[in-house]
Design a protein around this ligand. Structure first.
Ligand code: BGC
Length: 505
């Protein structure tokens, strides 16, 4: 029998609470999710831009020459550390900045942190669009990275805190949805600008200004989360906002729960040190490993380098950009499955099903490339089409599981006292792993050739096992009830909680 529900309601209230899904919550979530659009646009734009001749000729003449050398090995055409640095530098800056962003989130609030994200992003766009040389280009990327670090820290937390528990999953995935829309728009823009010579790439990079403007202006309209207001002693304002976003006057229980969680949080002078406590380990481990796994599905190989990868297979320039549009559309549409499914079928079901799907498609892609793509041939057309289809199957699995849930779960499993610091670890782990993939993939492709796909298959096996045995289900649980109702009851993780430790270990 389900346990009687204690209506502890911070972070969205109980699934049975009278809180409605109000217009404010929906509008605020969508505006905040524009942070995802900024992030997604950046992910999608770099691959296309780095495959454009005008861009290569201006900033990476060595790669340009190599690309057009007839005898160059298929797998090694784009193997250039500086070219990879163009893509990866953004994530390096994002790692560093998400550390500062976690403090800003706590001290200045989630809303202000989002505004700072938009400002950094805007400066980055200007530098990139006007870039005259490589340093200017890279500095621009670093500013964009700062924007991503601030945005990705604040947005998922913001949404998880304002959403009612029973809609939290779906609303939070709006963030991922807009990431995928951003990637798709970027793919489309690249498809058009690749034929605008010689400055098409400037239009591509400049397009990132739009989501930054949306987020910057939109964030003037949104409310701060009650938890963040109360955490900063703005209790009356917190209560007022809580009533407004819940659409009911009766918010006493949720309000007192936030107060209580805030009191506990305030006693914690060193949230980072607190995270090192034994009882924080389960959330810290699961939150960060999910992000590692998310990246080691190999998704960003497709997102960053799809056009390059398709060209490696001998598909022509325009067609390879078009294929990137196709995978981008699948990515976007499949995210809808997560939005509607996550609060119904639960997190674990989606993760496990998708692991199987991704495993099969990555494995087959590797096998086809191993047998059909050698150093200097072009892959036969039929096989090229099958590879594009397999990549679509892979992307769709990722898009309704490890993509959105990699962000959702870490934002909902930490108690208030370690929420921003714990989430910082998750965000920065994502950025570190994204950096590694962006920086290393083209070199790995050159050395490991098709074997790279089996490398990702091995990771997918691990993550499937992790989801089956170690990841608890968090569907419908109010975020401040997680410790009591999820972690302390889990067959493995409960041994980390002091009251049970002694008898369990
Ligand atoms: C990941 C990105 C990835 C994107 C693809 C996000 O959740 O964090 O690294 O490129 O999904 O849609």
């Amino acid at each position: 029998m389900a346990p009687a529900i204690t209506p502890i309601q911070n972070g969205g209230g109980d699934v049975n609470s009278p809180a409605k899904l109000t217009k404010q919550v929906v509008v605020c979530s969508i505006i905040a999710a524009f942070g995802g659009l900024m992030f997604g646009y950046d992910i999608g734009i770099s691959g296309g831009v780095t495959s454009m001749d005008d861009f290569l000729l201006k900033f990476f003449p060595v790669v340009y020459k190599k690309k057009h050398r007839v005898k160059e090995d298929n797998y090694c055409k784009y193997n250039n550390q500086t070219l990879q640095l163009f893509t990866s530098s953004l994530y390096l800056a994002a790692v560093v900045c998400s550390f500062f962003a976690s403090f800003c989130c706590k001290k200045l609030g989630r809303k202000r942190t989002m505004q700072m994200a938009a400002a950094f992003f805007f400066v980055g766009v200007i530098l990139n669009t006007a870039a005259l040389n490589l340093p200017m280009l890279i500095i621009g990327r670093l500013c964009l990275g700062a924007g991503v670090g601030f945005g990705n820290q604040a947005v998922p937390l913001f949404i998880s805190e304002i959403a009612p528990a029973k809609y939290r999953g779906g609303l939070n995935i709006c963030f991922q949805m807009l990431i995928t829309v951003g990637i798709l728009i970027a793919n489309l823009v690249n498809y058009i600008t690749t034929n605008i010579h010689p400055y098409g790439w400037r239009i591509s990079l400049g397009g990132a200004a739009l989501p930054a403007i949306f987020l910057g202006l939109g964030s003037l309209l949104i409310v701060e989360t009650p938890a963040s207001l109360i955490e900063r002693d703005l209790t009356e304002e917190g209560l007022r906002v809580l009533k407004k976003i819940r659409g009911v006057e009766d918010v006493e229980k949720e309000y007192s729960e936030i107060l209580q969680a805030t009191e506990t949080a305030k006693k914690i002078k060193h949230p980072f040190r607190n995270l090192m406590k034994r009882s924080s380990f389960p959330q810290l481990f699961c939150g960060t490993i999910l992000q590692v796994f998310q990246q080691f599905t190999g998704i960003n190989v497709i997102m960053f380098y799809a056009p390059v990868l398709f060209q490696t297979m001998g598909i022509s320039g325009d067609a390879s950009l078009l294929s990137a549009v196709v995978t981008g559309s699948i990515n976007c549409l499949s995210t809808l499955v997560a939005i509607f499914g996550v609060d119904r079928v639960g997190r674990r079901f989606l993760l496990i099903e998708a692991a199987i799907q991704m495993l099969i498609s990555q494995g087959l892609t590797g096998a086809i490339l191993a047998t059909q793509l050698h150093s200097t041939n072009a892959i036969p057309k039929l096989y090229a089409i099958i590879v594009v289809l397999l990549i679509c199957v892979f992307v769709s699995g990722f898009a309704w599981s490890w993509g959105p849930l990699g962000w959702l779960i870490p934002s909902e499993i930490f108690p208030l006292e370690t929420r921003t610091s714990g989430f910082f670890f998750a965000v920065s782990m994502n950025m570190i792993c994204t950096f590694i993939i962006a920086q290393a993939f083209l070199t790995m492709l050159c050395h490991m050739r098709s074997g790279i796909f089996f490398f990702f298959v091995a990771w997918i096996v691990f993550m499937g096992i992790f989801a089956v045995f170690l990841l608890p289900e968090t569907k419908g649980i109010p975020i401040d009830e997680m410790n009591e109702r999820v972690w302390k009851k889990h067959w493995f993780w409960r041994r980390f909680f002091d009251d049970k430790v002694e008898s369990q270990v």
